[in-house]
Design a protein around this ligand. Sequence first.
Ligand SMILES: N[C@@H](CCC(=O)N[C@@H](CS)C(=O)NCC(=O)O)C(=O)O
Length: 214
Amino acid sequence: MLKLHGFAISNYYNIVKHAMIIKGLEFEEVFAPPSQESEMLAKSPMGKIPFLETENGILTEANVILEYLEETYPEVPLYPADPFERARVKQVIKTIELYIETPAHDLIGFLFGREVAEQTKENSTIMLDRGIPALNRLVSISTYICGDTLTAADIFAFYSFKLANNATKVTYGRDVVAEVPGLKGAMDLLEQREDTQKVLDENRAALKMMQSAK
Ligand SMILES: N[C@@H](CCC(=O)N[C@@H](CS)C(=O)NCC(=O)O)C(=O)O
């Protein structure tokens, strides 16, 4: 059986977990915090979560895992069938990951009670100021992020922007979701789903557990 390693406070973990739930896959969740221990690095080369254990071996990187799942279990599709449209969904995901989630992720030290350096705040602003307009050049959201059906881009955007908005609101009082026309509606639509509520409930429970362990 597929085994998803990591834990539910991670936005990347929740992206993969949510996609697996929507696809109706059977999988086991294995608790694994990020670590630089050799045992972890042997499974996840950067010591990051999530990683997916399959019958053929282990895969890391959320977008790679999503694509593997799509190719292996296409019955409930999360990418368009057309190769160009499929590549566009991947392009949107990559743009969100590199130019929005990553700079916002650098700001989340506050979650762990750490100060964020001024230089980090400046660097993140510079990248977000390029990343958000880049995303707006790529998408024109009416219902879903890419076209008129739910795709992996909706799942990726949902967890990435939840984290990004949390980080940018606390750091700069900036609402990055509002900077992408139609995004709030697409996120609200996803949030109403039962499977989303399950992932979010488990996310809140994991956060609570982590905070009470401090
Ligand atoms: N590019 C990776 C990012 C994964 C990632 O950053 N995971 C975080 C948790 S949300 C992590 O493991 N951080 C620990 C670290 O950076 O060492 C992916 O797509 O899976």
